[in-house]
Write a protein that binds this ligand. Structure first.
Ligand SMILES: C[S@@+](CC[C@H](N)C(=O)[O-])C[C@H]1O[C@@H](n2cnc3c(N)ncnc32)[C@H](O)[C@@H]1O
Length: 244
């Protein structure tokens, strides 16, 4: 796929081009501008490394292979765990392709994956769902169901609505604007998925702790994020299995 400056994302040969909404274009413009500094800004500090470690640990445990799609792969942070990537930002895709020259990386919206039905054993999407309206989120889940084989695995994270309510946080705008409760997944998934596992991420306000204390907290988080305390964490990371 490729896109021109009007925000038209054209599919592979023969398929209809898709015009992006104003909001999707805003997201693309934001990530196009961020692409050159994304890795250093978001993951080049101890908080980023801490989150990356927690997410990576769960992905390693949960993903089934060998056909794995990293949906909204960004600059390719997790492409070592995937056989293919996809992203809507052309600049993010450029960087991911430079970093992973041997991988197939699609330039497309997450609700329109250029792959045949049943192409993947697993699909994962990190830090994507927080940007999507519920209608788009449903579309993305449905598209992932299409491209996964029966019994395939879908892994994603989302901001925890319960935690936000408890701390009185109110999101504004599309960036991390979508929050969910674990129970919302049943409604969004339409009965086509089984919740196979979940973890809480960022239970402690780690960015407020001294750097030296962070490794010890990470070890504690790995354990606490699996207990009922996970329901209080800032983010939830879930593994769904496709039922039908
Ligand atoms: C916060 S970054 C996360 C990147 C990567 N998953 C990671 O965790 O490092 C969000 C990514 O989602 C991509 N994105 C946002 N909306 C998208 C959509 N509708 N379809 C595909 N990618 C999208 C952005 O371009 C950006 O690269």
């Amino acid at each position: 796929m490729s896109s021109d400056t009007s925000g038209i994302v054209s599919s592979q040969a023969g398929a209809p081009a898709e015009e992006l909404s104003a909001e999707a274009r805003e997201v693309v413009a934001y990530y196009d501008a961020l692409a050159p500094t994304y890795d250093a800004d978001r993951f080049g500090n101890s908080y980023g490394a801490y989150l990356d470690g927690l997410e990576r640990r769960a992905l390693r445990r949960w993903l089934r292979g060998p056909r794995v799609l990293d949906l909204a792969c960004g600059t390719g942070r997790f492409l070592d765990l995937a056989s293919e990537g996809l992203d809507l930002s052309g600049k993010m895709v450029e960087r991911a392709r430079e970093r992973w020259p041997g991988k197939r990386i699609h330039h497309a919206p997450a609700w329109s994956i250029p792959a045949a039905a049943g192409s993947y054993d697993s699909v994962f999407a990190l830090h994507l769902f927080m940007h999507l309206h519920l209608g788009d989120l449903r579309r993305v889940l449905e598209e992932c169901r299409r491209v996964l084989r029966p019994g395939g695995v879908m892994v994603f994270d989302f901001p925890n609505a319960l935690r936000r309510r408890l701390v009185g946080y109110q999101a504004t705008g599309w960036h991390a604007g979508t929050e969910l409760m674990a129970g919302d997944l049943r409604m969004l998934g339409g009965g086509h998925w089984r919740l196979a596992a979940s973890r809480g991420l960022a239970l402690a306000p780690i960015h407020r702790l001294p750097h030296a204390a962070r490794p010890a907290f990470m070890a504690a988080e790995v354990l606490l994020g699996r207990t009922p305390l996970k329901h209080l964490a800032s983010y939830q990371l879930v593994k769904l299995e496709k039922l039908d």
